[in-house]
Design a protein around this ligand. Structure first.
Ligand code: PEP
Ligand code: CO
Length: 451
């Protein structure tokens, strides 16, 4: 593999550039002391695992796989339980099975999990009545509660985030490698509250077919016990690389290759608000060897997209970059085609993924921030249409979901209405698909992939 470290790059070189969306830490010395401590802590992921993901994404870029990136908008310190992690994993495994079985493509599973703690905000301050306080920037920075004390950025939270990510990863590794993700347990991933819905029944039917196929292979004398792919799942972690001090402190040299890896997650991404070509986030991501996501919204031009590709992947390594289109249902048919064409013409072998969530958020009259399932699906269809028209492989989905029975997004088979929002609205940030809506989306995406 050719080294891609740009001249002058170090894990700290981002500090010489303008960094958007950073908290105003009240005490710089305390922050730097915390980061020094973090530099001594073990990495959360290992370079070898990251390279495995790079290889899998290379296949996706070549049209031989599909990326499913999904999880919370913002993980919370307060909602940190084994059940919540397990149920999120169940939904992602279910979606992956639906996609693999119906569409016949291998699915690369990446969670927005074990580190998705920091949020970009449109405003630095939030005002309620005549009180203005710093905006909530995610549990990695400050607390959601609207008080002076809670909203003050606290570096100790970086350490707490690291430890929560470590425990989450520990559980995910146990679940995915320790029998829970065995294909013979495919029935057990159906969550109780989904099982009786139309998509739950459809999933049950699919599981039964998988059982039958496994029995058939066994009866033919194929030794299924020996094939790890049937008994374990490869599951990767990801988050937005927003708080650059945190990412820098977890960036390490791989002893095998001498390359730098951000060991806070397997994949990290650049948000729509931090993709400035001359900014600190782009500088930081340019030097690490992890696969990188870049969110592009409706204001992105083909020139912006190509400039980011040139900077972040000058050697044009397939799958090094995942471009995540998040246009909005009404803009995808005009916003995406020029980007697909431009990047293709420039010869950049990226993975194209669709985030049908962040361009479709609106404030419901009840005051809740929400999204309509039909808008989400409409953007997904627009994404597939644009990819087909440009003869580009629609390589993946980027979804905000939870394994819980929440009522945060409108519509879907359960027809969640405006009056239902207050029933179980639990997100710390953006509205997520519940487990039923997520499975429904997976079945519809599988149909699109098949055709
Ligand atoms: C997000 O993924 O939670 C997010 C803030 O997205 P974007 O940067 O696309 O707005
Ligand atoms: Co979000």
């Amino acid at each position: 593999m050719t080294a891609i470290v740009p001249t002058g790059w170090t894990p700290a070189s981002w500090r010489q550039f303008e960094a958007a969306q950073q908290p105003e830490w009240p005490n710089e010395a305390q922050l730097e002391q915390t980061l020094d401590t973090m530099r001594t802590l073990p990495p959360l992921v290992f370079a070898g695992e990251v390279r495995q993901l790079s290889d899998a994404l290379e296949k996706v870029a070549e049209g031989e796989g599909f990326l499913l990136q999904a999880g919370d908008c913002a993980e919370a310190f307060s909602a940190f339980t084994a059940d919540a992690i397990r149920d999120k994993l169940k939904v992602i495994l279910q979606m992956a099975v639906a996609l693999t079985y119906s569409a016949g493509v291998p699915v690369v599973k990446v969670g927005r999990i074990a580190g998705q703690f920091a949020k970009p905000r449109s405003e630095n301050f939030e005002t309620r009545g005549d009180v203005s306080l710093p905006s909530y920037r995610g549990d990695l920075v400050n607390d959601f509660e609207f008080t002076v004390e809670s909203r003050r950025p606290d570096p100790n939270r970086l350490l707490q985030g690291y430890h929560q990510a470590a425990s989450t990863l520990n559980l995910l590794r146990a679940f995915t490698k320790g029998g829970f993700a065995d294909l013979s347990r495919v029935h057990a991933w159906n969550l109780e509250f989904v099982a009786n819905s139309p998509q739950g029944r459809r999933y049950e039917q699919l599981s039964t077919e998988i059982d039958r196929a496994l029995r058939f292979m066994r009866a033919c004398g194929i030794r299924l016990e020996d094939d790890a792919a049937l008994h374990e799942a490869d599951f990767y972690t990801s988050h937005e690389a927003l708080i650059l001090g945190y990412e820098e402190a977890l960036t390490r040299v791989d002893s095998l290759t001498g390359h730098w890896y951000d060991c806070s997650a397997h994949l990290v991404w650049l948000g729509e608000r931090t993709r400035q070509i001359d900014g600190a986030h782009v500088e930081f991501l340019a030097g690490i060897h992890n696969p990188i996501g870049v969110k592009l919204g409706p204001t992105a031009t083909a020139e912006d997209a190509i400039a980011l590709c040139d900077r972040l992947n000058p050697t044009k390594r397939p799958g090094r970059l995942v471009i995540v289109s998040r246009m909005g249902a009404d803009k995808v048919s005009t916003g995406l085609p020029p980007l697909l064409e431009g990047v293709k013409r420039a010869g950049h072998p990226v993975v194209w993924a669709c985030d049908p969530m962040h361009g479709n958020t609106f404030k419901h009259e009840s005051g809740y921030k929400t999204r309509r399932f039909e808008d989400v699906m409409s953007e997904v269809r627009g994404f597939f249409d644009a990819c087909h028209a440009a003869d580009v492989w629609p390589g993946g989905m980027h979804i905000e979901l939870t394994g819980d029975d929440v009522t945060e997004c409108l519509g879907g088979a359960d027809e969640i209405g405006g009056a239902d929002l207050e029933r179980r609205y639990e997100t710390m940030c953006d509205p997520r698909l519940n487990a039923g809506q997520a499975l429904e989306l997976a079945f519809q995406v599988a149909e699109l992939l098949k055709s």
